[in-house]
Design a protein around this ligand. Sequence first.
Ligand SMILES: NC(=O)c1ccc[n+]([C@@H]2O[C@H](COP(=O)([O-])OP(=O)(O)OC[C@H]3O[C@@H](n4cnc5c(N)ncnc54)[C@H](O)[C@@H]3O)[C@@H](O)[C@H]2O)c1
Length: 372
Amino acid sequence: MRVGLPREIKADEYRVGMMPVGAESLIRSGHQVVVESQAGLASGFSDDDYRQVGATIVGSPREVFDQAEMIVKVKEPQPGEISLFRRGQIIFTYFHFAASRALMQACIDSGIVAIAYETIRDRKGGLPLLTPMSEVAGKMSIQEGAKYLEKPMMGRGILLGGVPGVAPAHVVILGGGVVGTQAAKVAAGLGANVIIMDINLERLRYLDDVMPANVHTIFSDAHTVREHLLLADLVIGAVLIPGATAPRLVSRADLSAMKNGSVIVDVAIDQGGCVETSRPTTHQQPTFVVEGVVHYCVTNMPGAVGRTSTIALCNATLPYALRIANKGYERAATEDAGFAEGINLVAGRVRNRAVAESLNLPYEPLGGGIKP
Ligand SMILES: NC(=O)c1ccc[n+]([C@@H]2O[C@H](COP(=O)([O-])OP(=O)(O)OC[C@H]3O[C@@H](n4cnc5c(N)ncnc54)[C@H](O)[C@@H]3O)[C@@H](O)[C@H]2O)c1
């Protein structure tokens, strides 16, 4: 199979869909890889790195899309990319269709096979191609929070870990899943006082067992959340109800009771955010202040650490890209029901039930008839 790797064109996106080692694995398995010039540069991979493993470098995205039977990308397709799609072409990337009817319609019209990273499941029911980016965002959330707690960044002027004789910061993490766990590890390592709040008691039990002594677990309800917001210097929004918009745990009224110059990093902003006053921001302008509280609400946090994120993502995506190239997506789907959930769209027909339901479109299971 001929596999194409275009350069990402979304603003502030520094990741690339495949590392040179991935291109090498595909080529060793008898496939060809076509790479757009400078596709890997922002992640630290030069054209020569790809050339040395046998990939072909081309000068324009059009050449990649014209030649490749499968495109491997990172972000959801942008209008300039959709216009280059060919009927029957496999596009393997994040789509987040539920968030954009316009993208779904454009992909239906183009006749592609859309295989979405975010809906592939592993044997335990987890989302193996989403987890690495949550790990990155969780660790980054403390790094960013620490920065915006500095006075010149509008924060309280607080050092997260304190110093001998001065108390450390109080960090409240809402949601103890992948993001929350990574955030807690970093905050605890820096010496902060850390509270993780979750509604899943099993999860809290687990975290209580594995976390260091400066991390405490608290069951999340409206009263306890409010109680801990009053003490917080840094709040991390890390809740998720799969497939739904994020639950609102912090209201505008809560903000006025919080410390002036405290910081909220609302990582859950990509699902609408868990703070009433959150709105999406970009790496160019990551923060804004409401009621004296600094809000950081960047929707693609991992994009800023492109090299780490590219490696973390590609470690997880490559085995699937290899399987699609070696077996074809239909056979790969019959052998792995979790992978089959990644197939969102084939020739204008929606093949993932949740995606179809969220956009109120007919659902046609793989190998079955149309369901309203
Ligand atoms: N902004 C970004 O760049 C970025 C990057 C990666 C992930 N995310 C987002 O971060 C969020 C968290 O992702 P994750 O992978 O950690 O999810 P996860 O499913 O691993 O964890 C979510 C946790 O939230 C808990 N929860 C649900 N409702 C709650 C409530 N009312 N109070 C307290 N806890 C509650 C769940 O029990 C679960 O443990 C998601 O919205 C995800 O899309 C954003």
